[in-house]
Design a binder for this molecule. Structure first.
Ligand code: GRG
Length: 294
């Protein structure tokens, strides 16, 4: 199976796993519909794909990583729903379709995001996963740190504070490491932890890889915001500039941003050398991340 086929198969697996965990809306059908819409409207599933590939790189199975693949994608979907709200980026288009608050309404979108966030942790804690409770706890802590105050939410707050200001590259890196990188990092880490087979050396290498690839992912996102086409991106092109957001191209220039992205790719993939051939799929996913068109 080549890398693209592998990625496609993992995307399909993640969508099916998410579907089973989003069935049977217990009370409000409208809330369930909004959660379903937020999760199933065409995302690339990069975070679940990384979690699955990481589980396999350390010798585990795809089944080991199903729950964390769903959890990271739910956190990601919630973050996009809240990010699109009028109080934040005020976006009407996401993945080529109406954003959740446009399709439903603002209150429902807020609640859908809230419920997806807590469902992610419920899934990791679920006893039916049959996982050693110590591993479950480690996974819950990893996801909480990556998605909350010390991670994605903290980064989002820095992003909002930075709008309209000229910030230094180090501050930009910190903001992106938290806002986007932390969840990507957690996806890789959780996939490995979920197997119960990851040694400290393996986790350290995966962490280095994920840190580099997380930043490269963000640089690519910034480049696409300048060079992409709205119809292909599925979201409004040029939004960063409209919102006066500091980005890699605005600080390093387009060529500088591209060079930095390539250097991070090289550093990240080198960090996988201890895995030998077992990391080929992770390397392929890293290439997919920096070559993507949306
Ligand atoms: C609202 C708490 C809160 C956090 C929001 C991640 C984030 C923080 C905001 C998203 C803003 C944004 C567009 C960031 C750039 C990087 C990013 C997360 C892009 C979207 O991720 P993809 O490309 O999306 O994986 P798909 O649609 O494929 O799932």
């Amino acid at each position: 199976m080549n890398t693209l086929e592998y990625i496609k198969s993992l995307q399909t697996r993640a969508s099916a796993a998410l579907q089973t965990r989003l069935e049977n809306s217990p009370y409000s059908a409208r809330l369930g519909d909004a959660m379903h819409y937020a999760v199933h409207n065409g995302g690339k599933r990069i975070r679940p794909v990384l979690a699955y590939a990481s589980a396999e790189a350390v010798g585990g199975t795809l089944a080991d990583a199903d729950s964390c693949a769903c959890a990271v994608e739910m956190i990601h979907a919630y973050s996009l729903v809240h990010d699109d709200l009028p109080a934040m980026d005020d976006d009407k288009l996401r993945r080529g379709q109406a954003t959740c608050h446009i399709k439903f309404d603002e209150a429902t979108a807020i609640l859908a995001g809230d419920a997806l966030q807590t469902l992610a942790f419920e899934i990791l804690a679920h006893p039916e996963e049959n996982r050693d409770p110590a591993l479950s706890l480690e996974m819950i802590e990893t996801l909480a740190q990556a998605s909350g105050w010390h991670g994605m939410v903290g980064g989002q707050s820095l992003d909002i504070e930075g709008a309209g200001k000229h910030i230094k590259e180090d501050d930009l890196i910190l903001m992106h490491r938290l806002k986007t990188g932390a969840l990507i990092n957690a996806s890789v880490k959780l996939g490995a932890i979920s197997t119960g087979l990851a040694s400290k050396d393996m986790l350290d290498s995966l962490e280095k890889f994920a840190e580099c690839i997380g930043l490269a992912f963000q640089i690519k996102d910034d480049i696409l915001d300048v060079e992409g086409v709205t119809e292909v991106l599925g979201k409004q092109q040029g939004k960063d500039q409209t919102l006066n957001k500091p980005t890699y191209p605005s600080i390093l220039g387009m060529e500088g941003a591209r060079t930095r992205m390539q250097a991070l790719f090289d550093e990240g993939t080198q960090a996988l050398s201890i895995f030998g051939k077992d990391a080929e799929k992770l390397q392929g996913i890293a290439s997919f991340i920096i070559e993507r068109k949306h």
